[in-house]
Design a protein around this ligand. Sequence first.
Ligand SMILES: [Zn+2]
Length: 299
Amino acid sequence: MKILDLPLSRSTVDRAAHIRNDVAAVEAAWHRAEIIHFDGVGFLTTGSSLRILRADQITGVGERVFLGMQGDTSYFLWCSEEKLGSEEEYKTLREISSELTSLEIGLAVHGQAVALWHHKHPICAVCGLPTDPALGGAIRRCSEGHEHYPRTDPAIIVLVKDKDDRILLGRQAVWPEFRFSTFAGFVEAGESFEQCVIREVLEESGVTVADIHYLGSQPWPFPQSLMIAFEATIQDPENARPDGEEIVEIRWFDRDGLYAAIMEGTLLLPPSISVARAMIQAWYGVDRPALPGAETWRP
Ligand SMILES: [Zn+2]
């Protein structure tokens, strides 16, 4: 398969680091910016779009994050728990992502990831003093000058195939009945992506990876992951078995079997914003009709 076109990897803005480094330029940009609001859970929306605010509409205590430029327009996130609209106008990224433009997706994914990081890092991990946002909200810094950068946790996600071009999907214990997906796991300290793919597939499904191809990556700000996607071919499909802890059930599918299982209600695929869904659809055939059933089961 070729590199995937992934639903959350659609950012169009220039992050404009030269503005971040200039306090006066950040301040000037704020006063003419288009500003989106994240309340720690959801975004302020209007209809099927993010609602754009101006600096003079912003009230209360919160943090500004410079998200970048597109043409002459600068974009910021305003992060505060205090709402600037009605409860119903706040929607989570999972709820609205399928309706947003590429510009909006880029702003929301960047904004959510960095806002959740700010919220969890009020204290310097080096000296214990309070930290404050700096560089337009791109980092945090304490009064001793220790700098902290937004944390991103890399996780591999892998479509396991056998030599007959069947795919292996697994079900986690915490998922609803019939929900199956591809295998995934966090990259551990000192581990390469490739080593992580081999380890995770063996641990979770018992099979040995023989060949790996990179398929793409997308941010997954729930709260701070970056999903790195691969397909892996295995030679020992007869060894497939769930680990019994994280994965409680596994199933091999060919294309007709996958479609039949969805239609008979014994297979629920992952939601449309996920890398897993994109990998499964790409294997099924990008010129074939979109596979049915992609509702998210998380808020
Ligand atoms: Zn410090």
